[in-house]
Write a protein that binds this ligand. Structure first.
Ligand SMILES: Nc1ncnc2c1ncn2[C@@H]1O[C@H](COP(=O)(O)OP(=O)(O)O)[C@@H](O)[C@H]1O
Ligand SMILES: [Mg+2]
Length: 297
């Protein structure tokens, strides 16, 4: 029997605040008398979706690839299955989201625009990172890390890397202001989590997993003139051509994620949390994406 992931039972008495950012219902909580004091975000999946297991699988894929990410656990709150994300904003760290940063560096950037924010391009993200760090080494490291997040997105088919789903962490020390890229977070919109099993089975039997992956528009645009963002895979194809020095190192790390790793990560989700169809599809999608990515190295 697989070694299933453990499940956190969230007690209503632990609740702190609702989180107003993002599109889904969620709240922060902290278990009392537990040290170190860490806040967690309970996220409800959209009804009928697999956003709880996709969030967990994504975080485990990132862990396997040694990509900096928020830790995620499966969780239950008042009989509802969900996921919890461990906060990375502690010890005086403050999160500034992409839109807050882009607003400062990119002319006419509308930070409130939720859909078709075509100015959210890779080049504009780069420009923002270039201005955020005083040292060239800092810029380089942030770009390398951001490239890893986009590689993760391409592996899991995360279509939601919009401008509130990445950011920088700032911390005032006695002597200066430190900055670094925040760990990757919010990977719920991935792995075909929105499909019904009927639709999944049809896509699988008709051999259309590749088409599903290639057609999914992502949250980062290539050009501000484009109508849609390219799929996470297509973004990678273009990015590695233009910025090989930033994307090649991350692509080389993909050998850490074997077929066996993928199966194990998916099969550690407990039996009644995920249907067979959801598992087959998630594995098939990652296999397709990895095959495509292997052609880029
Ligand atoms: N691990 C984390 N640490 C700190 N803040 C987080 C973390 N995860 C999410 N947040 C904050 O909560 C907001 C909403 O969470 P997110 O996972 O993006 O939810 P949604 O799927 O609704 O967009 C994020 O935009 C970010 O500000
Ligand atoms: Mg979000």
């Amino acid at each position: 029997m697989p070694n299933y992931y453990s499940i956190i039972e969230v007690n209503p008495e632990w609740m702190l605040d609702q989180e107003s950012m993002g599109s889904k219902e969620k709240f922060w909580y902290r278990e009392p008398e537990v040290e170190p004091r860490i806040d967690f975000l309970f996220k409800y999946p959209r009804p009928g979706s697999g956003e709880h297991w996709s969030e967990k699988i994504a975080a485990e894929v990132a862990r396997c690839l040694d990509i900096d990410r928020a830790n995620v656990e499966l969780a239950i709150f008042q009989d509802t299955l969900g996921s919890v994300t461990e906060s990375f904003t502690r010890n005086g760290l403050a999160l500034f989201h992409g839109n807050q940063l882009l607003e400062v560096t990119v002319q006419d950037y509308d930070p409130e625009r939720r859909y078709r924010q075509t100015f959210h391009t890779l080049d504009n993200v780069w420009q923002t990172l270039e201005q955020a760090f005083a040292e060239p080494e800092g810029v380089r490291n942030a770009k390398l890390e951001f490239a890893e997040y986009l590689i993760l997105d391409a592996v899991i088919g995360n279509t939601d890397r919009h401008h509130e789903n990445w950011g920088l962490l700032y911390r005032h020390t006695d002597v200066d202001l430190r900055v670094r890229l925040a760990p990757s977070f919010d990977h719920a919109s991935s792995l075909g989590r929105e499909l019904s099993d009927t639709r999944r089975d049809r896509v699988l039997t008709e051999g259309r997993v590749g088409a599903y992956s290639e057609r999914a528009p992502g949250g980062i645009y290539w050009s501000a003139d484009d109508r849609n963002g390219p799929s996470p895979l297509e973004l990678l194809r273009r990015a590695v051509r233009v910025y090989p020095d930033y994307f090649r190192p991350g692509l080389l790390k993909l050998e850490l994620l074997t077929e066996n790793n993928i199966m194990e990560i998916v099969n550690r989700i407990p039996a009644d949390w995920m249907t067979d169809s959801q598992r087959f599809f998630a594995v098939a999608l990652m296999q397709y994406n990895l095959e495509q990515l292997s052609e880029l190295t």
